[in-house]
Design a protein around this ligand. Structure first.
Ligand SMILES: C[S@@+](CC[C@H](N)C(=O)[O-])C[C@H]1O[C@@H](n2cnc3c(N)ncnc32)[C@H](O)[C@@H]1O
Length: 282
């Protein structure tokens, strides 16, 4: 039986280190979803599996919503703060200043946790990341890029590092791909790397309904590519569509990929309990 976790934002304090402060208010929704899923995953698998949390785009650990003074915990510190902590953590961050801030925060407040901090682009550090994941473990890997610029083959490599690797992916399709559609329709675009194929272009060009939504189409294509790697089908209705609060403009999908039905049961609970209620108060 998994204990319910209080539905609250996790606040931090200004410690004088780097705190990116340009985030949209909807970032809180993303953090809610991660926090709840990490909680359910980690408590649910406790005493059954060795649990590993991997953050490929970790950030600096703290951040602010634009125009607000409160400091929020970012995804790595959220994962470190769950009631039943994971057995191992791996955080990768490319930006040197963000990396150093994250390292200082982890060293100061989470020294009792097993954390491997990996500087640089995760694509260049795949071996180190995979070697930090015990073979017999169950890992949750958070993929939280600014845009669609990642190669699905790297996720495939990580997926083989452990007995089970679930991915929680932010698919920045509305923010990135839609804006740059003409560019992406050209051969060798980053969408090819993200989807792991070039044939998506033909399927898009030959779509039966010319009014189809590109972001939805690409999210479904990404899910199909994950299925090709042995993951269960993630239908579009199981992805959380995050929108801006003011104009209701879609920004991205947050989608879970797992080889186990149980993970989807947990994700269903997350979707149910983390309705973006802040919309009502903004
Ligand atoms: C959207 S932010 C994610 C922040 C973090 N997940 C959070 O919730 O607070 C993306 C972060 O990934 C870093 N980054 C960008 N490309 C990267 C790469 N290839 N490998 C590792 N980190 C990367 C950026 O510097 C940035 O801090």
């Amino acid at each position: 039986m998994i204990l319910p976790m209080e539905n609250k934002t996790l606040w931090g304090e200004d410690d004088g280190l780097l705190i990116p402060d340009d985030l949209g208010p909807w970032t809180e929704d993303k953090f809610d979803l991660i926090r709840l899923y990490c909680h359910l995953f980690s408590s649910g698998m406790k005493n059954i599996w060795t649990r590993v949390y991997v953050d490929l785009y970790a950030g600096s650990g703290l951040c602010r919503i634009k125009g607000r003074s409160q400091v929020l915990l970012g995804s790595p510190l959220i994962a470190l703060s769950v009631d039943a902590p994971f057995d191992h953590y791996i955080f990768c961050e490319n930006d040197p200043e963000r990396f150093l801030a994250l390292k200082a925060r982890v060293d100061k407040d989470y020294s009792t946790h097993d954390v491997r901090l990996v500087p640089g682009r995760f694509e260049d550090r795949i071996n180190e990341i995979c070697s930090g994941i015990p073979k017999n473990s169950l890992a949750l890997c958070f993929v939280d890029p600014f845009d669609c610029d990642f190669d699905i083959n790297n996720l495939q490599t990580i997926s083989k590092a452990a007995k089970g690797v679930d991915f929680l992916c932010l698919l920045a399709l509305q923010m990135d791909a839609k804006r740059n559609i003409q560019h992406y329709l050209q051969p060798e675009s980053k969408i090819d790397r993200m989807l792991g194929n070039t044939t998506w272009r033909d399927r898009w060009n030959n779509r039966p309904n010319p009014n189809d939504d590109l972001a939805k189409f690409l999210a479904e294509e990404f899910a199909t590519s994950m299925e090709g790697m042995g993951y269960l089908k993630t239908p579009i209705h199981q992805m959380r569509k995050v929108k801006t609060y003011d104009k209701n403009v879609p920004l991205y999908y947050l989608a879970l990929f797992s080889k186990h039905q149980r993970a989807f049961k947990l994700w269903e609970q997350v979707l149910k309990y983390s309705t973006p209620q802040r919309n009502l108060f903004e």
